[in-house]
Design a protein around this ligand. Structure first.
Ligand code: CU
Length: 195
């Protein structure tokens, strides 16, 4: 009887020991798992932060690029506006001093050598400024060896190509000042005043 009780007690103790060891083990395992999870979480956090920082830097770089592009565009526009203003001023002074009386018909020579002489100035078209009455006619006579055009800056008239030795005319029915140029040799410039 006593032996049986002792044996039962021994079995109980053994069982308790086994259970306790296994619980301790599993507690350690849980601890390990926790630590691992934390490490993983930290890694993830770091990765996310790094990604965010990279994204931020990229966005900033993009923004800076955009700013530079906008500034460059603005500068170009400014320069264009200034050039336009300068041209307008030049036209006004030409208008203020018209050369000669308005005629019903005028002939303008497309002068010799103007295809290569970029400095022909007011001697590209001869004369470079002419005045006609409303309804008047201007005839361009090409006395050069190269083809030329007389093309209005505002697109209101265009002789198109006038070959060497040929002529082309345009009738002006609306009063105003009509600056024109040669589309092949843009340094050739003239003005027709209609009054
Ligand atoms: Cu020309």
């Amino acid at each position: 009887m006593n032996t049986k009780l002792l044996a039962s007690f021994a079995v109980f103790v053994l069982l308790a020991a086994v259970v306790s060891v296994s619980m301790t083990n599993s507690a350690f395992a849980a601890e390990d798992k926790k630590a691992e999870m934390k490490a993983k979480k930290d890694d993830k956090k770091t990765a996310i932060k790094e990604k965010k920082d990279t994204k931020k830097a990229e966005m900033k770089a993009k923004k800076d690029d955009k700013k530079t592009a906008i500034k460059e565009k603005k500068d170009t526009k400014k320069a264009e506006m200034k050039a336009k203003k300068d041209t307008a001023t030049g036209q006004t002074s030409a208008k203020a001093a018209p050369s000669g009386e308005a005629l019903k018909e005028v002939t303008v020579d497309m002068a010799k050598g103007t295809a290569s002489d970029t400095n022909c100035g007011d001697k590209c078209y001869l004369p470079s400024t002419v005045a006609v009455t409303v309804g008047g006619k201007v005839t361009w006579k090409n006395v050069d060896s190269a083809a030329h055009t007389a093309t209005a800056s505002d697109g209101s008239f265009d002789t198109s190509l006038v070959n060497a030795g040929a002529s082309a005319s345009n009738t002006f029915n609306t009063a105003g000042s009509y600056p024109y140029m040669c589309i092949l040799h843009p340094w050739m410039k003239g003005t027709v005043t209609v009054q």
